[in-house]
Design a binder for this molecule. Structure first.
Ligand code: ATP
Length: 249
């Protein structure tokens, strides 16, 4: 269980450019919950995600992952619970290193128990087996530089590196914003498959309402720093496209 209790975030407090980004937001995420977050620009979606990741610390309120209070923990101290995919495919990986070395780095960073890190063929074979799940043929290119791959291929591999570790929550901040439609579809389908198979708790921010329909088992709508609608799987399933568009009016 991941819980945010009464989270408030004000940027530039006391300055002329003061902004209240989150107002008293409370949210509890159950294991295997795949939460989709939508809302107009500036409604606080990224701040909510950043507060969970630890890259933004709340002005007040409490964040717990399981029994652990992580409210004041910075991002680098949360990586054993939280994995993150950014909009920019270049952010998650080292372009000058091979696919295999990127997996080594990821495993070292997270001290994954599922894959023992090393220069041995055992590690290489384990990585190849993982990569073959993607169905992109990249298992035959593990010595190729990451920078030579397409944005979609890199996002898919970054997702895979995230689920190798013991992260309990996967944060996806518009992961397809920089991709062409075909690559975007591939990345979202890969994320969906991995979230189900690894029973991850996940949070996806998207501006694509069709994706908010198709993915996730819970949907929240943010407006002016608050959660103004919160639909469980059943309610989300009954939501019409027309209703969803009306929320933005
Ligand atoms: N680091 C920051 N410093 C100052 N203000 C910020 C900072 N980050 C966000 N804000 C402000 O907080 C408010 C919420 O921003 P946030 O990025 O969370 O919204 P969003 O819903 O993700 O928007 P978008 O859909 O445009 O990405 C905005 O008014 C934004 O300008």
């Amino acid at each position: 269980m991941i819980s945010l209790s009464a989270i408030h975030k004000t940027f530039n407090k006391g300055e002329p450019n003061e902004v209240v980004a989150l107002r008293d937001v409370s949210l509890a995420l159950k294991p295997s919950e795949y939460l989709v977050v939508i809302g107009p620009n500036g409604s606080g979606k990224s701040t909510l995600l950043n507060v969970l990741a630890g890259s933004v610390l709340p002005s007040s309120g409490e964040i717990k992952i399981g029994a652990q209070n992580v409210t004041a923990l910075p991002e680098y101290n949360r990586s054993k619970w939280v994995a993150r995919i950014f909009q920019d495919p270049l952010k998650g990986t080292a372009p000058e290193l091979s696919i295999l070395d990127n997996f080594r780095l990821a495993a070292l960073r997270t001290s994954a128990k599922t894959l023992k890190v090393g220069t041995t063929n055992t590690f290489k074979d384990a990585v190849k087996t993982q990569i073959s799940q993607l169905g992109m043929g990249l298992e035959n290119k593990v010595n190729q530089q990451m920078g030579t791959l397409s944005g979609g291929q890199r996002q898919a591999l970054t997702l895979l590196m995230c689920v190798m570790d013991e992260a309990k929550i996967l944060l996806l901040d518009e992961p397809t914003a920089a991709l062409d439609p075909r690559s975007a579809e591939l990345v979202l389908q890969t994320a969906d498959k991995l979230i189900r198979e690894h029973q991850l708790t996940a949070l996806l921010i998207t501006h694509q309402l069709k994706d908010a329909f198709r993915f996730g088992n819970r949907l929240i709508f943010m407006r002016e720093g608050e959660i103004s609608k919160d639909l469980d799987a059943g309610e989300k399933g009954r939501l019409s496209e027309e209703e969803l568009y009306k929320w933005f009016m």
